[in-house]
Ligand binder design. Structure first.
Ligand SMILES: N[C@@H](CCC(=O)N[C@@H](CS)C(=O)NCC(=O)O)C(=O)O
Length: 211
């Protein structure tokens, strides 16, 4: 089984955290050259996006779906779902929150051609999305309980991306000293989260060097 992944993609990063934490026999491979225009890549990823899990039975895309698939496909590996039903709902809620309220404004802000009004709206949306996390995240090191869950897989890379966005915009997006600020720092102490955030940092440095 392979995962088509790129180091800096927060969506691919969440799946890599799960792969490392579960110790799964999944190889990480880059997308083909010119993947954005590659019809071969489109056959594997109809949305043209990364990550894609290449399962023996066919490709699976959408990182949130892949996270849950790995949970069910490898039942003997350490689980990344809380045991309690309410906490399971909270874990899925945090993944959805990241996908609906954090990543879209960050994607817009990463586009060089976004106009000033759209960028202002995206910053407001992102600030609201981050502030709402105060009521969802227990912290300090893990989002929901005393161990890694799919919530951390999604949230820690997204908060890393938020820090990068904040540095680029030269503004605070995460209130210093807040629950989320503490979580963003301490979540890296988990070995799988720390490893993936390091990969994201290295990937970013590489992108800066080649650009
Ligand atoms: N909802 C998708 C989003 C995936 C996504 O947007 N990935 C980005 C990379 S971070 C991508 O492939 N963008 C297309 C591009 O850069 O052309 C998922 O969760 O897998």
């Amino acid at each position: 089984m392979d995962l088509i992944s790129l180091p800096v993609s927060p969506f691919a990063a969440r799946v890599r955290i799960a792969i490392y934490a579960k110790g799964l026999p999944i190889d990480l491979i880059p997308p083909p050259a010119n993947w954005r225009d590659s019809s071969h890549f489109r056959d594997l990823s109809p949305t043209g996006r990364i990550p894609v899990l290449l399962d023996d039975r066919g490709p699976i895309w959408e990182s949130a779906v892949v996270l849950e698939y790995l949970e069910e496909r490898f039942p003997d590996a350490p689980s990344l779902m809380p045991i309690d039903a309410f906490d399971r709902a909270m874990a899925r809620l945090i993944v959805r929150h990241v996908d609906l309220y954090l990543m879209p404004p960050m994607v817009l802000l990463a586009q060089p051609r976004s106009d000033a009004a759209s960028a202002r709206r995206a910053v407001e949306e992102l600030l609201t999305g981050i502030t709402m996390l105060d009521d969802l995240v227990k912290g300090p090191r893990y989002a929901l309980c005393e161990r890694l869950t799919i919530a951390d897989c999604a949230l820690a890379p997204a908060l890393f991306a938020a820090r990068v966005t904040a540095e680029r915009l030269d503004m605070d997006l995460i209130e210093p000293g807040s629950i989320i600020d503490t979580y963003a720092r301490l979540s890296r102490e988990d070995p799988s989260v720390g490893r993936v955030i390091d990969e994201m940092e290295q990937g970013l440095r590489h992108l800066v060097q080649v650009s």
